[in-house]
Design a binder for this molecule. Structure first.
Ligand SMILES: Nc1ncnc2c1ncn2[C@@H]1O[C@H](COP(=O)(O)OP(=O)(O)O)[C@@H](O)[C@H]1O
Ligand SMILES: Nc1ccn([C@@H]2O[C@H](COP(=O)(O)OP(=O)(O)O)[C@@H](O)[C@H]2O)c(=O)n1
Length: 664
């Protein structure tokens, strides 16, 4: 997951390949709660691993459920319909799918509980659910503002003979919460009556479907009246497989429609046309806009069909979450405006999504009108690069990533990318496995300079701050020298072609912080001063340098690269948007190297080190090919008097000056 302050998506061109999506959030949290309440042990496969499921799991553990994980399978032994034995204070983050159903279940079971969340959760209404629960005899108090969490729950005196009214026009989660809780106390038929038009019906279908799997067959009369039959009991089905999240699939369905062009296909695995999730119907909306979709029982393939996309005017009640994706697809639907209707529930989600979508779409150049429960979007005449605010809302981050495919070449900065952790922590990594763009569009920052100037330290920290890949090109020369020595070669010009052949087929792998050569960990072996000297020797051989060119360029991958070495800016990435030539005085460098070595327990003297590094500087600067020198367009940074953080901030300021976000 990207935990950077922001993530810049450079202009992207196309998409193809296969994605496997994480499990559905709605199914995961419902299954967890039902498994926790029922009799028996449930093995849950393919559970979503995300912020929202994590808070649910923690809460269930606090309530006394026993949980264990083996491989990818979670086993939960339920409370068998009994109230939790101990009082508990539950923190539920911003997970509506945990707050609402747990409130209902704990309120009917009774005990001493407090339920709270992040500040935004305390702004999300829960009054209609609390009203319904109070009418049937539950004890619930508001601990802060009336109508909103945090809540305190006590012991109920249940009155279940009369029909229980619940409002359906704010959030379907209130009804879901009652439907999952009331089988715990169904000594007689219990009737729930929905007031107002029920929104987000597909989510109620998921609830009913899962209740059926846990042994409870709810009867219903249209969408107004639901009856939980007397004698209902929640019983574990033994095994449950969570299907992939259909709302998460919407980003990739849209991606296929926008970017799988010229024979490319985007294939989504883990769900298909027999999905129980309502958001699967996003497929129909995408088709109306032009997507070419084929599907099977657990796969979907999408290609670009009509292009540009066609504007759409649609009632989104049946796909409340996935419909946000249509808002970004609308940017590509020229020849009119798209209208998304019946989206009032967006106002009470992770953020006010109507306002948020309108604000952010405008930044990209779209014209947007908003009403109480609708949005009208007219695509940009001229696209603008933009910093997209994400409002701690995973769906904002995910759907706006699709704006990077405009053929006018826009850079999209997604602020706070870790908000995708709510449902899809690996979203951007997954996107980058299928998104394609020309290498020259992938940003590169080059940091060249003499030994011990701090290139590696600076480059890796800049890479961390931007979420970019990091290429330590010196390591490749160090590894090439080591591999040549292992092959019994003298590191001399006479052996140039043999050393180059070794370098051309280096079986090297970078795994986390380790470097593997032919499966062997050589991380420490390549860091000795001798290895540095040997690297300097082989790096003077032109054939060796040529042999390593493609390997180095191969590191230029989405979302970007920071590369350090001697010739990154002059030879390997001459078109890089930012080149820094990093220096420090020889005295400083010798001092730094000595500290670095002594931290590893290697004793040397400053004089020897300084002589060594000056010899290395001389060889690196005087060699015929790719000598150490600043690229003409490099910015000089002498960090002799700077701290590491100061150098990092300086480079990031230079990088920022090059970004096209002036007016957003
Ligand atoms: N600006 C700086 N101020 C002080 N020490 C630094 C600075 N930059 C790097 N160092 C230290 O100098 C040592 C050498 O840095 P390194 O990144 O390995 O250099 P290079 O990759 O250029 O050989 C490291 O121990 C690092 O912590
Ligand atoms: N792009 C590069 C990187 C390193 N090198 C060579 O490889 C040697 C080791 O590089 P390094 O970056 O690991 O060395 P230090 O700067 O850490 O001492 C350098 O002395 C250079 O001779 C190079 O020629 N070109």
């Amino acid at each position: 997951m990207y935990t950077t302050e922001f993530l810049d998506l450079p202009p992207l061109d196309s998409a193809d390949g296969v994605v496997r999506l994480p499990g559905s959030k709605s199914i995961s949290n419902r299954v967890l709660l039902l498994a926790a309440l029922c009799e028996g042990t449930t093995a849950v496969h393919d559970l979503l691993d995300s912020d929202d499921t994590l808070v649910m799991l923690k809460a269930l553990e606090q309530l006394g459920c026993s949980l264990s994980r083996h491989g990818g399978v979670l086993r939960i032994t339920g409370l068998a319909g009994l109230p939790p034995a101990k009082p508990a204070k539950l923190f539920l983050g911003n997970a509506g799918t945990a707050m609402r159903p747990l409130t209902a279940a704990l309120a009917v079971l009774g005990g001493e509980f407090e339920l709270s969340g992040v500040p935004r959760m305390h702004e999300r209404p829960i009054g209609d659910l609390v009203d319904a629960l109070r009418k049937l005899g539950c004890t619930i108090d508001y601990l802060a503002q009336q109508g909103f969490p945090p809540l305190r729950i006590g012991r109920p005196q249940l009155r279940l003979t009369e029909a229980i009214p619940v409002r359906g026009d704010v959030s379907s989660q209130f009804l879901t919460a009652l439907l999952m809780a009331l089988p715990l106390v169904a000594q007689q038929d219990i009737t729930i009556e929905v007031e107002g038009e029920l929104v987000s019906r597909p989510y109620i279908e998921i609830t009913l479907n899962l209740l059926a799997r846990f042994g409870v067959a709810v009867r219903r009369d249209g969408w107004r009246r639901f009856i939980i039959p007397a004698g209902s009991r929640l019983v574990s089905p033994g095994e449950v497989h969570v299907e992939a999240d259909a709302s998460s699939a919407s980003y990739f369905i849209a991606l296929g429609a926008i970017a799988a062009h010229d024979g490319r296909v985007l294939r989504i695995e883990g769900l298909g046309h027999d999905s129980i999730q309502g958001d699967i119907r996003f497929v129909e909306a995408a088709q109306l806009m032009g997507a070419d979709v084929r599907s099977g029982p657990n796969w979907i393939e999408v290609r670009r069909g009509a292009w540009p996309l066609r504007p759409i005017n649609i009632d989104c009640n049946h796909i409340p979450d996935a419909a946000m994706t249509l808002g970004v697809m609308a940017l590509y639907a020229t020849g009119g405006s798209s209208v998304l209707r019946n989206i009032a529930s967006w106002r009470v989600k992770e953020t006010d999504r109507i306002a948020a979508m309108a604000t952010e779409l405008r930044k990209l150049g779209a014209r947007v009108e908003e009403g109480a429960d609708w949005l009208r979007i007219t695509p940009p005449d001229v696209w603008k690069s933009a910093r997209i605010g994400t409002y701690d809302d995973h769906r904002m981050a995910m759907c706006f990533s699709l704006a990077a495919f405009a053929d006018q070449g826009t850079t999209v900065r997604v602020e706070d990318p870790k908000c995708v952790g709510k449902t899809f922590p690996q979203y951007f990594e997954t996107l980058f496995t299928v998104a394609r763009t020309a290498p020259e569009h992938i940003p590169v920052i080059c940091i060249d300079g003499p030994t011990a100037s701090g290139k590696g330290t600076l480059a890796s920290r800049v890479a961390d701050r931007l979420g970019y890949h990091y290429l330590d090109s010196g390591a490749l020369y160090r590894i090439a020298a080591l591999a040549a020595r292992n092959a019994g070669l003298e590191l001399t010009a006479q052996r140039e072609s043999e050393i180059a052949a070794v370098a051309a087929t280096l079986p090297v792998r970078f795994a986390a912080d380790r470097v593997l050569l032919d499966g062997q960990d050589v991380t420490d072996a390549i860091r000795t001063e001798e290895a540095g000297m040997n690297a300097s020797r082989v790096s003077a051989l032109p054939a060796v340098r040529t042999a390593l060119v493609e390997l180095q360029r191969g590191f230029r991958q989405l979302p970007g690269l920071v590369a350090d070495g001697r010739d990154m800016g002059t030879v390997i990435f001459p078109g890089a948007a930012l080149k820094v030539y990093l220096t420090a005085s020889a005295a400083q460098r010798a001092d730094r190297r000595q500290r670095q070595l002594s931290a590893k327990g290697i004793a040397t003297t400053i004089d020897v080190l300084r002589a060594d590094l000056e010899a290395r500087d001389a060889r690196d600067s005087q060699r015929a090919v790719a000598p150490l020198k600043a690229a003409q367009d490099a910015l000089l940074l002498d960090n002799s008097e700077q701290s590491i953080e100061e150098s990092v901030d300086q480079v990031l300021r230079w990088w920022e000056e090059r970004q096209p976000f002036k007016d957003t």
